[in-house]
Write a protein that binds this ligand. Structure first.
Ligand code: BYC
Length: 316
């Protein structure tokens, strides 16, 4: 059993808003849940490249193509910061990647939906990166130092991503022709509900929220962040002239928030279990990319080995 005095000291330290660093003592449960969450987050960034990467060769102009390449590359970078943050907790990256490739690890449900038209790229930037920012701004204040610092950098880049998505939506939904407006509305219809699901199960059903809020890993509950996202996004949709695909959505004067309809939790659970529209395709594509990148890893390791040999010779 973990020493009660150590646990109390840890909790007091966290309550006083101190950051926990890699070499500090921490409860096993704290380490375990952080590895779980940060790894899932890293995998989400990496798999998150696939739905958008799918449109790089089909972007409608050179300008759009260069912006999209840059955004997708940023997501790879976010994956790297997060795998590094996870490694500080004592797990190695190969194990994490193996768990992703074998299908054992989870990643965000959102990336198991298809990108059917160019408007989906706008909708992802606007809604998916928008939802990610709401969640990640909160995580900037997470109690684990390396995760918190990774979040600061990631949030800066995500806000560019959100704006590039919104700018695509302005071009299509506000300034576009009838066909483009229709395409934007259809993409919005496809991504609205899955974006709300990104925040996870409702607080009552969330397995980890209670303990993780006490440890200040999570700073806000899933429902609170989801509400914040809805309140922020509805006026943006109105500006674009888009209709929210929810007949129950209405402003509530008493609460000062938008009320919205019930999320389809059966769909959410199915997607998380691996039965979403693109789960199998995403894992296959990721595995193929990993296999095709074997020569890059071998070359990088060969270079690192050569460097070590040289250092050993010069030290002798
Ligand atoms: N999808 O107790 P709960 C991006 C799981 S990528 C799948 O509330 P927690 C971007 C949850 O893991 C940004 N699974 O859990 C990239 C748990 O299962 P386990 C991704 C989900 O951890 C490219 C179970 O349900 N962001 O920005 O307290 C292009 C019970 O849930 C989901 C992050 O990863 C889901 N949506 O709270 C564009 C943020 N939701 O592990 C954009 C970091 C829940 O017990 N993560 N589950 O088997 C978090 O903040 C938290 O982990 C969550 C869930 C709020 C997601």
């Amino acid at each position: 059993m973990e020493n009660q005095a150590l646990l109390e000291r840890f909790q007091n330290y966290v309550d006083a808003e101190n950051k926990i660093e890699a070499k500090d003592w921490m409860p096993d449960g704290y380490r375990k849940t952080l590895v779980r969450q940060i790894a899932q987050h890293a995998h989400s960034e990496v798999v998150g490249m696939l739905p958008e990467g799918n449109w790089i060769t089909r972007a409608p102009s050179l300008r759009r193509k260069t912006i999209l390449i840059s955004k997708v590359q940023d997501e790879a970078g976010h994956g790297l910061y997060l795998y590094s943050a996870c490694e500080t907790l004592g797990v190695d990256r190969d194990t994490l990647i193996e768990e992703l490739l074998s299908g054992k690890a989870k990643y965000s449900s959102i990336f198991n939906y298809p990108t059917v038209s160019w408007a989906d790229i706008g909708a992802i930037g606007w809604l998916v990166d928008g939802a990610a920012i709401v969640n990640q701004v909160s995580l900037q204040r997470t109690s684990y130092g390396p995760y918190s610092r990774a979040m600061v950098r990631i949030c800066k880049e995500e806000s560019f991503h959100q704006r590039q998505g919104y700018e695509i939506m302005i071009a299509l939904a506000k300034n576009g022709n009838e066909a483009q407006k229709k395409m934007a509305q259809e993409a919005f219809n496809r991504w609205w509900w899955p974006s709300l699901m990104m925040f996870g199960p409702s607080d009552a059903a969330s397995a980890h929220s209670g303990q993780n809020m006490a440890w200040k890993i999570k700073r806000h509950g899933n429902d609170e962040l989801r509400q914040k996202f809805v309140d922020m996004t509805v006026p943006q949709a109105e500006y674009l002239g888009l209709t929210i695909p929810d007949k129950d959505l209405k402003w509530n004067e008493a609460t000062g928030h938008y009320d919205f309809g019930e999320i389809d939790w059966t769909e959410f659970n199915e997607v998380v279990k691996g039965n979403g529209p693109c789960n199998k395709q995403r894992l296959q594509t990721r595995n193929k990319a990993h296999d095709e990148g074997a020569w890059v890893r071998e070359a990088a390791m060969a270079y690192a080995r050569k460097q070590q040999e040289r250092q050993a010779v010069s030290a002798a």
